[in-house]
Write a protein that binds this ligand. Sequence first.
Ligand code: AHR
Length: 349
Amino acid sequence: MKTVRITLSIVVALVFMLSAVGCAPKATVAPPPAVPVVVKNSGGYVIPVAKCAPNCKYSDMTLGFIQTGSEGGWRAANTGSFNETSKQLGLNLKFYDAQNKFENQISAFRNFIQDPDVNVIVLSALEAAGWDEVLQEAKAAKKLVVLQDRRIDSSEALYLTFIGADFVEEGRKAGNEMCKLLKDSAKKNVVELVGNVGSSAAIDRGKGFRETMTECGIVITQSQTGNWSATEGKAVMEAWLKQSKDIQGVFAQNDEMGIGAAQATNEAGLKAGTDIKILSVDATAGAFNAMIKGDINTVVECNPLLAPQVFEAALKGLNGDATLPAWIPSQEGVFYAADAATILPTRKY
Ligand code: AHR
């Protein structure tokens, strides 16, 4: 027993001495709990950084895409850009066509918030207003949100970035170009075919056109929605021509409505592009063919091939990259009937 006590006191003494000189086995101190790093971009959006960050790859992305519908050439090119590019990059795309119904977009948004696989939601908003609630829900569920094509009225702090056109600037260009088309015309009565009511595209293009039309004394004598469609655009123009043929120009907020207005003009015994100048927005192949026929005079471009920029921004978001601006504007031009035949073969949509 005495031996045991002696041995024990020697061991205790040894440990004491070793700890005194720092050789004792270090007690493992648990590292302090990781303070969640809040990553915010310039718009004030708190980025829901993914677990795979900073090395997330496109194969880590499941993206729920809420499209407006399938109205016309521009929309088909925009949807095609998403389907093709997602295949090329190897990301999982869940596509939803809202058939141009706002309530469908809201319910699809909530379904994607509920979907455990979805880590990114991309929205092409039918209407600019009414998104705060679901965006707050997406924030609470840590779903990354990116807007494409159409801006919304909600705060930039509720989405990572918006990738799309400056619709006001498109409208300004249209006003300037209509002034050029009517420069030799004593009267400048213009009718406006508007996009779907409440959309930022329709609101902003109308606003921009009214800013520059005053420079040459253009008067808007009629303005009505044609819902982006050739059929409705034609019907509205037919009704206006029945009321009065004292129209010198048509501002069609997209190509389809411009093509419809040209058909109505020609069927009313006037010459579209000559008796009545027609300007449209988008620059799809349909508009180029109408320019070659002489039915449309000028086209202001709106670029639908946005998917590569959207996917790149979403991946940066998943990786916690806070350097993205709140708006990434797309590059766009203006095209004239005189050059249409030469340019058409080079166009992607
Ligand atoms: O948001 C872009 C607009 O939507 C296009 O100008 C139109 O063709 C489409 O419906």
